[in-house]
Design a protein. Structure first.
Length: 331
């Protein structure tokens, strides 16, 4: 405390009294702004007053969902159909698309559903998506959900399989970029607002060495591009990047539900309530808390170190087991 008083005394000698008053005002404004930001963050996390989506984007307009066969994308389709939106579902899984479309049509007989087979791992081929122009011609697309994604296995970058790397980059990066490029001009011509939801991941927040480094990097790309697009077209289009944590889907091998793992339906319900309210979100309040903890600089550093340490331990154990097995075989 004595040091602080000395520093303050020296500053008063150097800076004129008027200057000290100005600095005090600036400091007060800064502290208040931080408190307001924290309160707004808490409000957005725990208090949900979602927009009337059909009113905001157009009842009976179309929603285009990439990867619409199952998981989070199927939950988006189901909930938006219930609100009166027509659907364009795209996936490589023809059977899954048919099952999802049939289920939604049974529950919402007045909703129109168009299914399109698309292998997103091939979008890197020039002109591959040209067929889409004819498929969506004349359809009033109000919401684009860039959801399709794939993993790249676990392990360090240098051990990744080349085809998995190429497919992951094509599906996670190029698909979102090319669909945004193709659909945004149509949205800008609409009289009403439109929306884009880009699915990122909590893994985009900091490095995941030797675990999911490539997948996490692709999701960081989604996050950054999404925010850039929001700045470009935000006056007409609500762009939101979503960084969910654990959701019980096929991509995660359907883990059991707990305080961290939630259902696709719960995830989507929370996401849609925030659409048009924020640019970035994790969706469910449990995931918002998890993301805040993960985003902490100290915990981020500790988390990376813990991952590296745990993987080193597991590697040493595997090598020891291999040596013991070899010795047993040779004995």
């Amino acid at each position: 405390m004595e040091i602080v008083n000395r520093v303050s005394s020296q500053l008063e000698k150097i800076i004129k009294p008027q200057g000290m008053k100005v600095l005090s005002v600036i400091g007060f404004v800064y502290v208040v702004s931080k408190y307001i930001k924290a309160l707004r963050s808490l409000f957005r996390t725990f208090v949900h007053f979602g927009h009337n989506l059909p009113q905001r984007y157009g009842l009976g307009s179309w929603v285009l969902i990439t990867g619409g066969a199952n998981g989070i994308e199927a939950a988006f389709a189901s909930q938006l159909a219930a609100k009166g939106f027509n659907l364009i579902l795209m996936d490589v899984d023809e059977v899954g698309l048919a099952l999802t479309a049939t289920k939604i049509t049974t529950q919402n007989p007045t909703v129109l559903i168009k299914t399109i087979i698309c292998d997103f791992s091939k979008v890197w081929q020039e002109g591959y998506l040209d067929f889409l122009d004819k498929e969506i011609q004349g359809l009033d697309i109000s919401i684009l959900i860039n959801n399709v994604g794939r993993g790249c296995g676990t392990g360090p970058v240098h051990s990744a399989i080349e085809k998995q790397v190429v497919d992951t980059v094509a599906v996670n990066l190029l698909t979102m970029t090319l669909f945004t490029r193709k659909i945004v001009p149509k949205m800008l011509q609409r009289p009403q607002r439109s929306a884009i939801i880009n699915l990122s991941s909590v893994s985009a927040l900091y490095p995941w060495p030797s675990l999911v480094p490539i997948y996490g990097a692709t999701k960081a790309y989604v996050d950054i591009l999404s925010r850039s697009v929001s700045e470009e077209v935000g006056e007409k289009i609500d762009v939101m990047t979503v960084r969910p944590c654990g959701v019980s889907t096929d991509l995660m091998n359907n883990p059991p539900l707990n305080s961290y793992i939630i259902t696709p339906a719960n995830a989507v319900t929370a996401i849609l309530k925030k659409l048009g309210r924020v640019q970035t979100a994790s969706g469910h309040w449990r995931h918002e808390i998890k993301t805040w903890i993960t985003h902490s600089a100290l915990l981020r550093r500790l988390g990376t170190r813990a991952i590296v340490k745990q993987l080193a331990i597991e590697k040493a154990q595997a090598e020891a087991a291999a040596v013991a097995l070899a010795a047993k075989v040779n004995s």
